[in-house]
Design a protein around this ligand. Structure first.
Ligand code: GLP
Length: 240
């Protein structure tokens, strides 16, 4: 495990962007797994800025998102589809057919959709670089405490605190209580993993994930099993 502690959120975002762009330079048909949430916003912004400034070409990239809410239309303002379009895909030349995000639209058969997702990842040759955040309760993607380290892409029930956090974005509308997420095993099969964490609210979760005992109660602790893990933290999120 390689842990990089940066001074602040901006440096974290630039460092993550550097690493991702270097990986793309080395392999223009890189297969990336992408996160949502507030943590990677600065990284996406910096990647898009450099894509424009340096006239980069992302036309051969392949991407899979980590997760998506279930029972929510893809076009909903709070869907991860919408987040990804706004923060990243609308600004770069990744062909739409190279982008995959779990489909959580109401009425979808989540089991069939999860199988489709796993199959597509395998057909793409697996994930080269997986970028992931961590929640204060230790979840990675939407693998909540209690998730098996052998789990694969599947429908999950969200933890109460995850729903409560999401509710802040959903306002008067009821936040989803289910999601489709890559499993922990699916994530660990990526060839490289980049963990991003920012802010004091994450330091306890980061400590338990990177230094604590391996436990399904702390899904992030599974990352210790990965032979090529890089954690980029800012000072506030770093365990002390
Ligand atoms: C959601 C996402 C996770 C993300 C987490 C933390 O639950 N499914 O992938 O890591 O939020 O989000 P934030 O970066 O906003 O703290």
């Amino acid at each position: 495990m390689h842990v990089l502690v940066t001074a602040d959120y901006q440096t974290l975002s630039h460092t993550a962007a550097d690493l991702v762009l270097k990986a793309i330079r080395n392999k223009p048909d890189l297969c990336l797994a992408l996160p949502t949430g507030s943590t990677p916003l600065g990284m996406y912004e910096e990647i898009v800025r450099r894509y424009r400034d340096q006239r980069l070409d992302f036309s051969r990239l392949r991407t899979f998102n980590l997760d998506e809410y279930l029972d929510l239309a893809s076009g909903h303002l709070q869907s991860f589809h919408t987040y990804m379009s706004r923060q990243f895909f609308d600004h770069v030349n990744i062909p739409a057919e190279n982008v995959d995000i779990p489909n959580g639209t109401p009425g979808i058969d989540a089991e069939i959709e999860s199988e489709r997702y796993e199959r597509n990842i395998a057909q793409a040759g697996g994930i080269d670089l997986l970028i992931v955040g961590i929640a204060a309760n230790g979840h990675i993607a939407f693998n909540e405490p209690g998730s098996s380290f052998d789990s694969r892409t599947r429908a999950v029930e969200l933890a109460q605190e995850t729903i409560a956090n999401a509710q802040q974005q959903f306002g008067n509308e009821r936040a989803p209580s289910r999601a489709i997420t890559m499993g922990i095993r699916t994530m660990l099969e990526a060839r490289r993993v980049l963990l991003l964490a920012s802010g004091a609210a994450k330091s306890e979760a980061v400590k338990r994930a990177l230094r604590g005992p391996l436990s399904p109660n702390v899904p992030g602790s599974a990352l210790q099993l990965h032979p090529r893990l890089i954690a980029i933290l800012d000072e506030a999120a770093a365990p002390h």
